[in-house]
Write a protein that binds this ligand. Structure first.
Ligand code: PXP
Length: 239
């Protein structure tokens, strides 16, 4: 069975648009789990553009919510993550001006820092994941750095599929990376830009055991409702 993690950053985006307390990411996080998702993903960005420190505290504190906290390699953010003890962390690159996480980590350049960070979280029994582009070199480095999981950035294949372009090369890259990562003993996750169609394509890769999906689920929920949208995704991922 493949797991579904729901990214609720955009719930905080809507809340912040009015500087009020509604909608409350904690309430939605609980609801997402009640609707059948396996986990909730939140990204505490350095600029706090959506999720804030209080959201992290409230959501991590609730033991009914399996929380996947996305973090950059910023020392302050790492400290906050260690203090709040989420179930999982996923290290992602972060650029101040990007609209969303535009690519995977540069593992080669940040090896020392990433290894040290992974060790800090593994010591606390917090599952560690690295968000990477689909290339075999990064899969090998992720293993070297003792990551428990890798999350493969699916932005490129998602764009190709949505624009009816040939996605075979990108699919094969993701498949080969997934096979190698699994062989090396890591869990393989996928995320970014996923919708019903792109998730359906990627479920064919049996090594992928977790999908983390945000923007599409929140958008689709406006017409379909969160419960039905999660149900539809679970039907796809459990095929
Ligand atoms: N996985 C990771 C590591 C991400 O950074 C994001 C975007 O915040 C997602 C998954 C979800 O991407 P999307 O919102 O495009 O579904």
């Amino acid at each position: 069975m493949k797991r579904l993690g729901v990214n609720i950053d955009h719930v905080a985006t809507i809340r912040n648009a009015r500087g009020s307390n509604h909608p409350d990411p904690l309430v939605i996080a609980k609801h997402v789990i009640e609707c059948g998702a396996h986990s909730v993903t939140i990204h505490l960005r350095e600029d706090r553009r959506h999720i804030n420190d209080k959201d992290v505290f409230n959501i991590c504190k609730n033991k009914k919510i399996i929380t996947n906290l996305e973090i950059s390699l910023n020392d302050e953010i790492i400290k906050i993550a260690l203090k709040n003890k989420p179930n999982f962390i996923c290290i992602v690159p972060e650029k101040r001006k990007e609209i969303t996480t535009e690519g995977g980590l540069n593992l080669e350049k940040n090896k020392v820092k990433i290894k040290k960070t992974i060790l800090l979280f593994n010591k606390k029994n917090i599952r560690t994941s690295l968000f990477i582009d689909p290339n075999l070199k990064d899969i090998k480095i992720a293993k070297e750095l003792n990551a428990n999981c890798v999350e493969i950035h699916t932005g490129k294949i998602s764009n190709l599929i949505k624009n009816n372009k040939n996605f075979k090369n990108e699919y094969m890259k993701i498949k080969k990376c997934s096979e190698l990562g699994k062989k090396l003993g890591m869990e393989i996750h996928a995320g970014h830009g996923l919708d019903y169609k792109t998730t359906t394509v990627l479920t064919k890769i049996k090594e992928i055991t977790e999908f983390n999906i945000g923007h599409f689920i929140i958008g689709e929920s406006l017409t379909n409702g969160l419960k039905n949208t999660i149900k539809s995704f679970k039907k796809i991922t459990n095929k």
